[in-house]
Ligand binder design. Structure first.
Ligand SMILES: Cc1cc2nc3c(=O)[nH]c(=O)nc-3n(C[C@H](O)[C@H](O)[C@H](O)COP(=O)(O)OP(=O)(O)OC[C@H]3O[C@@H](n4cnc5c(N)ncnc54)[C@H](O)[C@@H]3O)c2cc1C
Length: 394
């Protein structure tokens, strides 16, 4: 049973505590446990079903902004996003993924979309009737986003997209993609725009499906003279980088929360194992070496949680959180990797059996240290913000 003392921290309000408790009960009753089932056999079908169920139960309302568009509130509530991701991740990695992608995939529309775009897409995302995706990365532009080559050229009342996107979560099952492409208003990051591209847009195809260590729908997309109406532009032309970064500022903190959920589950598993496994005439938990490990795990989790909920609270209070979100994402994902590794170690041989909960967590956590900005990228962001804040800022 997870330690829930953090819910009393001053970063959270009573409505957040109620949300966590309701979702935890719902997840326990309704989610298959993919940390223990070795993953779903048909990951596409499992994801589609999860999106539908999360929508029907009302949880996806928290993934979009605007009450009139089906959102739980007018603005995205970062603390609610974090609590939901943390809770779902503790129960089921795929459910967390399904929830997170509805938010990340539609985040640009919630934050920068026109009323017409918001009315068309957000209610269906919130009900789980349309699956969303966020298409930023390219084969030659991952960490270095500004190196993107995918181009969009204005042609009368349309834009024509040519190029590729890769590592796109929900690629192959999404109903629409928010795609970032070079429109050339200025060099580098200032010449990028964001577009909503429906999955059936002529010229958009799935070039490749990609299998990863913790199965999720993932694909490389190809755009060949893909024509979208000019009204598909999200925000102003040339503002795409700002749109992408503002979206990531919200969801980066929620990646930290998902990592926390995985880490908390690993600690629960480790505690159960350490108190039940006997060797050399006592339980594993009776050894000081084990106690030291448990202490490190619990302290790391609390430190990561403090950074995560600080970043979420700061953003909900109207502050810019570029540095704080990067600190949270870096610390929570790196800590979770260590916590999960320690849990696997305590399980001995059982820890590496395919389908064992800690083995699934070991695979689930790895990509979180890479996507939405690898740890090294977070370090650069934190240092840049520190240097910028100096009186003669660099
Ligand atoms: C499971 C998964 C899901 C994803 N989902 C999406 C999605 O939905 N949408 C999307 O647009 N993208 C998605 N991505 C892409 C992800 O954001 C990129 O993989 C990530 O940005 C890293 O880019 P890259 O893979 O090209 O690695 P590279 O940019 O080649 O970086 C490789 C490594 O270099 C190191 N590095 C980077 N910068 C520096 C530096 N300045 N100094 C030193 N070392 C550095 C880091 O360790 C990094 O991991 C996903 C990726 C994965 C694995």
């Amino acid at each position: 049973m997870a330690d829930k003392a953090y819910l009393d921290w001053p970063f959270l309000e009573p409505r957040h505590r109620a949300l966590e408790s309701e979702l935890d009960a719902w997840a326990a009753a309704h989610l298959g446990d993919t940390h223990g089932a070795g993953g779903a056999a048909d990951v596409d079908a499992a994801c589609r079903a999860l999106v539908r169920r999360l929508g029907e139960a009302g949880w996806l309302r928290h993934a979009v902004g605007g009450v009139r568009y089906g959102g739980a509130g007018e603005a995205l509530d970062t603390r609610a996003l974090c609590l939901i991701r943390e809770t779902l991740a503790r129960h089921d990695g795929l459910a967390d993924f399904a929830f997170a992608m509805q938010g990340l995939g539609s985040g640009a529309i919630s934050l920068f979309g026109s009323p017409a775009q918001q009315a068309h897409y957000l209610p269906r995302v919130a009900r789980g009737e349309a699956i969303a995706a966020f298409a930023l990365s390219e084969p030659q532009a991952g960490s270095d986003v500004a190196a993107m080559a995918c181009a969009a050229v204005r042609d009368g009342e349309h834009y024509v997209l040519d190029g590729e996107k890769t590592w796109i979560s929900n690629g192959g099952i999404a109903d629409f993609y928010v795609v970032f492409a070079r429109t050339g208003e200025a060099p580098g990051a200032r010449g990028i725009s964001a577009f909503i591209v429906d999955a059936d847009a002529p010229g958009l195809s799935i070039a490749e499906r990609i299998d990863v260590i913790a199965p999720h729908p993932l694909a490389r997309l190809r755009f060949d003279a893909c024509r979208v109406p000019a009204g598909a532009l999200v925000g102003a032309a040339g503002q795409g980088f700002k749109v992408a970064m503002a979206t990531l500022d919200v969801f980066r903190t929620s990646v930290a929360a998902a990592a926390l959920g995985f880490a908390r589950r690993a600690l629960d598993e480790a505690l159960a194992r350490a108190t039940s496994r006997t060797m050399f005439g006592q339980t594993l938990a009776g050894f000081q070496l084990t106690q030291a490990k448990l202490a490190q795990m619990a302290t790391g989790i609390d430190a990561a949680a403090l950074l995560t909920y600080r970043a979420a609270w700061l953003r909900d209070s109207g502050n810019k959180v570029t540095k704080e979100a990067a600190m949270a994402k870096m610390t929570a994902t790196e800590t979770a990797q260590q916590v999960i590794d320690a849990a696997v170690q305590m399980f001995g041989g059982q820890g590496v059996v395919s389908g064992a909960p800690v083995e699934c967590l070991y695979r689930e956590i790895r990509a979180l240290r890479i996507y939405e900005g690898a740890t090294e990228v977070q370090q650069l962001i934190i240092a840049r913000e520190l240097l910028r804040a100096l009186p003669n800022g660099e």
